[in-house]
Each structure stands twice: as C-alpha cells, then as structure tokens.
Design a protein around this ligand. Sequence first.
Ligand code: IPE
Length: 214
Amino acid sequence: MLLVKFGGSVLTDKDRLRTPRPAAIRRLAAEAAAVRGPLLVVHGAGSFGHILAARHRLNEGGTAPARRAAAARVQADVRELDRLVVEALNRAGLSAVPIPPAAVLVLDDGNVSTVDVTGFLEFSSMGFTPVTFGDVVRDRRRGISICSGDLMMLELARAFRPDRAVFAADVDGLFTADPKRRKSARLLETVGPKDFRDALSGRRVVGTRIVRGP
Ligand code: IPE
C-alpha cells in the first residue's frame, strides 16, 4: 500500500484565498492513478484552509458564534477543494471516496483522542481509493480544532503500515533551511531520527520528501 499526501502548497496558491491550481491537481491525480496497488490519498488545505483558520484562530477552539461561523466556512471550503481533488482522481481512472476527518476523528487538546479507520479499510478492500484531508474537527477540550493532513498521514500510517508514505510539497525534498529563502540550503538525501532531533534543537530541516513506511 502507498500512502500519499498532496500538500496544499502544490494544490493551491497559498497566498490567495480559495485559489486552486487545476493543472497541479490534474498532474498529481494522473501520477496517483499510475500507482499499482492500493493507495490512500491525503491532501492539505492550502488557501482553502490556512488563511481563514489563522485569521479566526480556529486552533484555539471555542464555539462562540463568530468562531463557529468561521469553522463552518473553513469546513465548507476544504470540502470544495476535496471535491476538485476527488473529481480529478476519478477522471484519471481511480474510484475515489472522500472520508472527512470531522466524521471519523476527535482530538483532545490537539492530540488524537479517537479515530475510526474502518471506512478507509473497507472502501480500500473493495478497490476504492479513500481520500481524506486537513479539516476542522471536534476537540474534547477546545471545542473545535484543526486536524492537519499530516496528522491524518500519521494515523493512517499507524493503522495501515504502508510500504511508503510520500509527501508531495512545493519544495524538492528536505533541506537544512528554507530553499526558497536561502541559497545555502542543502538537500538532505536521507533523514533519520537524529536530523529531527537537530531540527527540534534549533537546526532547521524544512520541506518534505519521502518517509519510508514503518
Ligand atoms: C490544514 O491541513 C487544515 C486546515 C487549515 C483546515 P494541512 O496543514 O495538512 O494543509 P497544507 O498541506 O499545509 O496546506
């Protein structure tokens, strides 16, 4: 099994609210359709999620009317992007089925409290391609919170133990610094636990490439 995340930075113009990149969506869908064997697709939100989520601080939770309205708006927006992705996957020859995190996962202060992967398992075993995405979800402590596509990658990797987890981003791999800002940024061919420890201790590692399955 292959687990793949289409980053929101690739699918959308991250600086312009709700602006998809149709050619990039088509290209990634065609590449996904060329994969042999079962596939799980996760995608980010890009400008369909991050801009309003940050503006309304959705990650802080709360269910006051203004925040609730913003949460509903972002939920609707990420589903609009998901529709574009699912449509592209279907046109490319897959049978894609959207499974929104809000329906299957609950957080507790940002950490996963419960998740039900039965739908992924059962649709996948029938030959469908489950598709999930970064979403606004319930959070036991905060009321609502953001579940990123990366968190869904982690949960699905834990549950399905794929051969590989692939992250498609707008940079060509993991770098020692942001390659868009620093010419001195160096591509890391392989990354192990030590690199992440370094990253956490201040040396930055940015971008994402391929993470081998467990
Ligand atoms: C973000 O998901 C979800 C929302 C803001 C609702 P991701 O964090 O996985 O999205 P990208 O890939 O960075 O755009």
